[in-house]
Design a protein around this ligand. Sequence first.
Ligand code: ACO
Length: 374
Amino acid sequence: MEIKKGLEDVYVKETEITYIDGELGRLYYRGYSIYDLAEFSNFEETSYLILYGKLPNVYEYENFVKSLRESRGISDRVKEFLKGVKKNAYPMDVLRTAVSIMGLEENSHTYSVSEQSIINLISKFPTIISYYIRLRRDLEPVEPDTSLSHAANFLYMVNGTKPSEEECRAMDVAMILHIDHEMNASTFASLVVASTLSDIYSAIIAGISALKGPLHGGANYEALKMFREIGDVENVEKYILNRLANKQRIMGFGHRVYKTYDPRARILKSYAKLLAEKKGGEIRRLYEIAEKVEEIGIKYLGSKGIYPNVDFYSSIVFYALGFEPEFFPTVFASARVTGWIAHILEYVKDNKIIRPKAYYKGEIGRKYIPLDSR
Ligand code: ACO
C-alpha cells in the first residue's frame, strides 16, 4: 500500500487533449505546440481544436464562431442575481453562483451535454464576469457586441470602449494559454463530479471552486498583491528572502509538473512587457518589480526546479487589460471552461465513477457509551 499524497504522478485517464513535457517546458494542445497556437490561432479556433480534436475548416470555424457570438447574452434571472449580489463579494463566488443559476434554468440534473450547453458555457462566462465588474464600478453593464471576437468583446464589455489591436491580441493569447492544462486540480474536480453522471453545470461549478484556491488559479491575484506589497524594485531581494525565511511561497512560482520555466509564462512575459511599455505608469512599475522577482526567485528557487508559472505574468497582462486583481481568476476560468468540458466529454465516453480509497489507520471495535455516561 502506497499513499500518493496529492495524487502526485497518478494517472487517472488516457488523454488526447493536452501533453505537458515538464522537464523541457513544452506544452501541446492536440499535438500542436502552444507557441504556434499563440502565434497563429485565436481563442475560438483553439477552443474548437481542444473540444473536437482537429483544427476546424472554414465552414466549421464560421459556424462555431457564429454560435458563440449569438449565445453571449445572459438571462434576466442571472442579471437580477448580479444586480442583487453585494459589491464586495469574491468574483469567483459570484461566477460560481451565476453558473449554478444557468444550470437551474436548463434543469438538467443528470449527465447530458448538448452542443448548445457547451456553447452557452463558453460564450456566457465573459458576459457574467463583465456584467459584475461594471456593476461593482457603479457603471452600466455593456451588452455583448456580436461584431467582435470573443477576446475583443470581453474587453469591450469590461472597459466600455473597443480595445486596440494589441490589447485584443494580448487577451486572445492569454485566453489560448489558459484553455487547458491536462489533469490539474480543477479539471480533476470537474471530472470527479461528471464521473457520477451528474449534470455538466455541477461539474463546471466544481472546476470553478477548485480553480479559485490560491495554490491554483487564485495565484494570479496573489502574485499581483505581492508585486504591490513589494512596491519598488529596490525592495525585491529583501522581500523574497524574508518570505522564504518565513516559509511563505512566492506566488506565481512553482508547478507540480513543470520543473523548468512554464512556456505559458514565457509567452505571457512578452505580452506583459509590451503592455507595460505601451501603458507606462503603474503597469510599467509592476512589470519591473515582477521581472526582478523572477530574477531573484530563480536565484534562490531555480535549483529546486521552481520557476515562474502561468499565473506570474498573466497577473500583469490581465491588470493592464483593465481587470481588477480580484477578477483575474475569473478570466482564467472563462478560458479553462473549454478544457473542463473537453476532459469531461473524453472521460465520460468510457466512464467509470472516480472512487479512490483512503487507508484507515484509526481504531476499530470501540464500545459506544451513551451521552449521559461520557
Ligand atoms: N515558493 C517557495 N517555495 C516553493 C514554491 C513557491 N512558490 N513552490 C514550491 N515550493 C517548495 C515547497 O516549499 C517545497 O519545499 P520543501 O520540499 O523544502 O518543503 C517544495 O518546493 C515542493 O513543494 P510542494 O508544495 O510539495 O509542490 P507541489 O507540487 O505540491 O505544489 C504548487 C505545486 C502548489 C503550484 C506550489 O509550487 C505552490 O504553492 N506555488 C505557489 C502558488 C502558485 O503559484 N500556484 C499556481 C500554480 S499554476 C496553476 O495552478 C494554474
